[in-house]
Ligand binder design. Structure first.
Ligand code: MV4
Length: 449
């Protein structure tokens, strides 16, 4: 196994990766901005290197500084976590050119899935069901019109270089098409330096269901069930659960096997997530994420498999120590993302934490770099803790989650714990009866005046 790994990230995920390394006897190198000198991941790591000032582009996105830190400390591998450089194909290439293992997929697979048009074409050819839409990119308005006639309205224009909700426009009728087409292209060109767009039928009230996979890079891919990530606001997930309240065992096995078989054909390496919109019993591929995701602990809770440990084993030698026959989903798990923001206005709330008491007890996991006295910096994502609760079934999980949320103390900075508590009293949520737009409606009707 590697003797030393550099963790090119911050916050709870840097800590998460450190913990897997420590259990495996791997030394860790933390990198940090000047704003994160007192962060928990820096305190716990065996070594740390300051890589720049607070803005991410000068530190956590600063490839030369990170490579220098790896060379100076003699790290044999780099784990990119999520966000930052995790899906940057050039970074993966540079790391490997320096003889350092990139803990993630090949640069070619990151690039393939990063372009949403090539991703969709490739997975369709591999046998994964995709959202009905244009045959690849739509080059001009004439083509847009002919594709629209075939797809029907409402439809969605999407930027090939977008993803995660960036660069999309709904078109309700033909008279909006020309305007929407030119705006989407112009916005995509300005935002991503690539004005390639494609079209899809617009699904009105789907659920967002994603399949977790692990590939060994040698043609073996296992699937680990799904996560239902429909509860989101402005493309930020707020709560995720596994299994999805909408799937039965047969549907789960069918889509999981299909995804694993497809990715085995390309010898996919590492952790990956295949995202679907699920509506009327049908799975429609939208995107693939070629990284470890924020919500991975939900899958760990129901499968008992340490995903970061598997990532490290795969990057080192391709030797996953899990086989499909041994993977089963046991019970139910829910993750609440705890953000440093006002529960109803969503205004960010950085600052010093003086009161901190995380919940505990059976079935409760808190992934967080918080401690009493810590100052939440204003420069980064507002995610400060993940509360992951499991139970033998969804009801037990929900009762335990409500109890854990009640125990959680974070102050005096604001957090969205109150939003999560409000969800625990909503009949539709408790019934698992929700879709991708449901949470925004819930917030609108629940927020105090
Ligand atoms: C869609 C869609 C409806 N129809 N595609 C948004 C994020 C990006 N991953 C894809 N997204 C969507 N694609 C078709 N053909 C609706 C969304 C969407 C969405 C998807 C998942 C989770 C939350 C969402 C919120 C708004 C829109």
């Amino acid at each position: 196994m590697f003797s030393k790994v550099l963790i090119a990230n911050r916050g709870e995920i840097a800590l998460r990766i450190h913990r897997a390394c420590r259990e495996m006897g791997i030394e860790t190198v933390a990198v940090h901005s000047t704003a994160d000198a007192r962060a928990m991941h820096v305190r716990l790591a065996d070594e740390s290197v300051c890589i720049g000032p607070p803005p991410a582009r000068d530190s956590y996105l600063n490839i030369p500084a990170i490579m220098a830190a790896a060379e100076i400390t003699g790290a044999e591998a780099i784990h990119p976590g999520y966000g930052f450089l995790s899906e940057n194909a050039e970074f993966a290439e540079i790391v490997e050119e320096h003889g350092i293992a990139f803990i993630g997929p090949t640069a070619a697979h990151i690039r393939l899935m990063g372009d949403k048009v090539t991703a969709k074409q490739s997975v369709a050819e591999l046998g994964i069901p995709v959202v009905p839409g244009s045959d690849g990119a739509v080059a001009d308005l004439a083509r847009a019109r002919s594709e629209a006639a075939r797809i029907g309205y409402p439809l969605l224009l999407k930027a090939a270089a977008g993803g995660g909700g960036r660069g999309m426009k709904v078109v309700h009728a033909e008279d909006e098409l020309a305007g929407a087409f030119s705006t989407t292209r112009a916005e995509a060109g300005a935002a991503f330096g690539d004005d390639t767009v494609y079209m899809e039928r617009y699904l009105e009230r789907p659920r967002h269901i994603e399949i977790q996979v692990l590939g060994d890079g040698q043609g073996r891919v296992v699937h680990m069930g799904e996560r239902d990530c429909s509860l989101q606001r402005r493309h930020q997930k707020i709560l995720e659960e596994s299994p999805s309240p909408a799937l039965n065992a047969d549907a789960r096995e069918a889509i999981g096997a299909r995804v694993a078989e497809a990715l085995a054909k390309i010898s996919y390496r590492g952790a990956g997530t295949v995202e679907f919109l699920y509506e009327n019993g049908a799975f429609n591929f939208i995107e693939m994420n070629t990284r470890l995701q924020v919500e991975h602990p939900v899958t760990e809770a129901v499968t008992g498999i340490d995903l970061v440990r598997q990532q490290l084993r795969i990057a080192h030698s391709g030797a996953m120590d899990v086989v499909q026959e041994d993977i089963s989903l046991d019970g139910h798990a829910i993750e609440c993302r705890i953000n440093a923001e006002h529960p109803w206005t969503h205004a960010p709330s950085p600052g010093r934490l003086t009161d901190y008491h995380p919940p505990g007890g059976l079935g409760v996991r808190v992934d967080s770099g918080l401690y009493a006295g810590y100052e939440v910096p204003p420069h980064y994502d507002s995610l400060i803790a993940k509360l992951v609760v499991q139970g033998r079934n969804r009801n037990e999980c929900l009762m335990r989650l409500r109890r854990a949320l009640e125990e959680f103390v974070i102050g005096p900075i604001a957090s969205n714990i109150e939003l999560h508590l409000a969800l625990m009293n909503d009949a539709a949520f408790l019934d698992g009866d929700y879709h991708i737009h449901w949470l925004e409606d819930f917030i609108a009707r629940t927020a105090p005046e």
